[in-house]
Write a protein that binds this ligand. Structure first.
Ligand code: TNX
Length: 521
């Protein structure tokens, strides 16, 4: 008899022990959540909200656009937790146990993308002045949920209470994907956009043309895509986006409050165009397609009238399907263009872009020309070019190749990537401040930062992921979080916790020895 009682007692004790150890896992300190980019302010209130099977996402009735964001959020939330939360409308705060998304005029400092997240025992309430702010705030909730999800088995999820107020330091936080050296299809680009969205980035710059390939259909010059897009580095079959496919990418990005910045590089890096149309060459002869990785050998014929007619046609068609403000004109490494030809060329092209209602972005060499005040020079190599841009009253986008080129190898043993600028370990990618990197170029001259993924060595999504992760979250934080709040030793712990999301998303990432992956649970 005694013996029989012992077993149930042991069982009860075991249950109690398990329950207690679960209790210790209940988050009760919101300020300890590993959110990237680090929010501007977190105030913890020491309790927890419970997300349950019957929790719903409520959207304030008058905010149509938020309905769509709510649906996006529901898909992500349900995917991460196994729940089946529905999106509903409400005219006031919903009852206990729900999530509420609502627009309201917050202080000016929140801007378009700022948000306030208030988590009480009863409700998760996300407020922003604009839909973009709701979208960014949702990423914060997603990250908190990911951190606290034990398994995908639907069930209760505890979320620490408190308030997060958050808004970005820089207005432009982007990445570039070179789809010219190697071509990546629409689905890969969409996946890339999802990576940016999770870390609150807001710009995707697509390198749509280069020596090795032309990747966008231009109806008035069809051979660009058909011939110019028919190969890539290494001689593979290449490819291009039809205008419809490009518009699909733009739509997908827009739904995530991400601006597409299309680049047509010129006057150098133009072999794919020169191979497609003989008349663009000074000697009237089409070049051969090129599948190597040299730079600096090609140039448009800057004194032919047809060159400008061509550029006008291309930018007219591209502007019509690009809602964002920028057209990127490249302008880098034009080693085969004489400087006395390069300067008037860039000046003319700026006029063409302006005539289609767009603003010029260009690599830092464009500062050698006379910049329009709203043109932006993208700093990648030459400090004096960046300073020249600013002295002309233009702004700068920061992509220093020694820090922000994600095509650079992590270390000498990395097989993918190049290393002409530097080896960029995860801490090198994080440990810099755009506002103090270049003498005389402070925050007021900088629109933001962009990490560039050139694709000479990168051939598929798996390889993209390896170069991008885990460096990308760091660039996102540099762009969003004030530099005074950034610190590698603290950041690396939060980065280590991202492993859960990397694994859940199936991301092939570089397991840097500088990140304490195994020390955190
Ligand atoms: C330099 S950066 C380039 C690209 C290459 C890259 C490789 C810049 C504006 N031009 O053409 O792909 O280096 O890292």
């Amino acid at each position: 008899m005694k013996k029989n009682l012992f077993i149930p007692a042991l069982f009860i004790a075991a249950i109690m022990f398990i329950t207690m150890s679960f209790k210790t896992k209940i988050p009760s300190d919101l300020s300890k959540e590993s959110i990237i980019p680090k929010p501007v302010s977190i105030t913890a209130t020491g309790d927890y909200f419970t997300l349950k099977k019957k929790s719903s996402i409520f959207v304030h009735v008058e905010a149509d656009e938020i309905m769509q964001i709510g649906q996006y959020f529901a898909d992500k939330l349900n995917g991460a937790t196994g729940l089946s939360a529905k999106v509903k409308t409400a005219s006031a705060e919903p009852g206990s146990g729900n999530i509420y998304l609502t627009l309201s005029n917050l202080d000016k400092k929140f801007g378009e993308e700022g948000y306030e997240l208030t988590i009480t025992k009863q409700l998760i309430k996300l407020t922003a002045s604009k839909p973009a702010g709701i979208f960014r705030g949702i990423q914060t909730i997603r990250q908190i949920v990911t951190n606290n999800t034990i398994s995908k088995k639907p069930g209760v999820l505890k979320i620490a209470t408190g308030t997060i107020t958050d808004y970005p330091e820089y207005s432009y936080r982007g990445a570039m994907l070179d789809v010219s050296r190697h071509f990546f299809g629409v689905d890969d680009v969409k996946q890339f956009i999802e990576f940016l969205a999770y870390y609150k980035m807001n710009a995707l710059h697509l390198g749509l043309s280069n020596d090795q390939g032309w990747r966008i259909e231009i109806k008035s010059w069809p051979n660009l895509a058909i011939h110019g897009g028919s190969t890539e580095v290494g001689g593979g079959q290449g490819g291009y986006y039809t205008q419809e496919q490009y518009s699909d990418i733009v739509r997908y990005a827009t739904e995530r409050y991400i601006t597409i910045v299309p680049e047509i590089d010129m006057p150098g890096h133009t072999n794919a165009a020169l191979a497609s149309y003989a008349e663009l060459n000074c000697n009237g002869k089409a070049t051969e397609l090129y599948t190597g990785t040299d730079v600096g050998f090609s140039t448009f014929c800057t004194d032919k009238e047809i060159t400008y007619k061509f550029i006008d046609d291309v930018f007219r068609e591209l502007s019509a399907i690009t809602p964002g403000p920028y057209i990127h004109i490249g302008g880098d490494e034009s080693h085969s263009t004489k400087i006395e030809d390069y300067i008037p060329f860039v000046n003319k092209v700026q006029e063409i872009v302006a005539s289609h209602g767009k603003q010029v972005l260009g690599w830092d060499e464009i500062a050698l020309a006379t910049l329009k005040p709203n043109s932006v020079a993208q700093h990648w190599a030459n400090v004096s070019n960046a300073q020249k841009a600013v002295s002309q009253g233009a702004k700068v986008l920061m992509s220093p190749s020694t820090k922000a080129y994600i095509d650079m190898k992590y270390n000498p043993a990395t097989s993918l990537g190049l290393h002409w600028a530097a080896y960029i370990e995860v801490d090198d990618a994080y440990n810099w401040d755009p506002a103090t990197l270049i003498p005389g170029l402070g925050k007021e001259s900088i629109i933001g930062i962009e990490a560039a993924l050139w694709s000479e060595t990168v051939t598929n999504l798996d390889e993209i992921e390896y170069m991008v992760f885990p460096r990308l979250p760091g660039y996102a934080e540099i762009g969003w979080t004030p530099s005074s709040m950034r610190n590698w030793d603290e950041y690396k712990i939060r980065l280590a916790k991202q492993e859960k999301w990397f694994n859940a998303t199936g991301i092939n990432f570089y397991k840097s020895p500088r990140v304490p992956w195994n020390d955190v649970k």
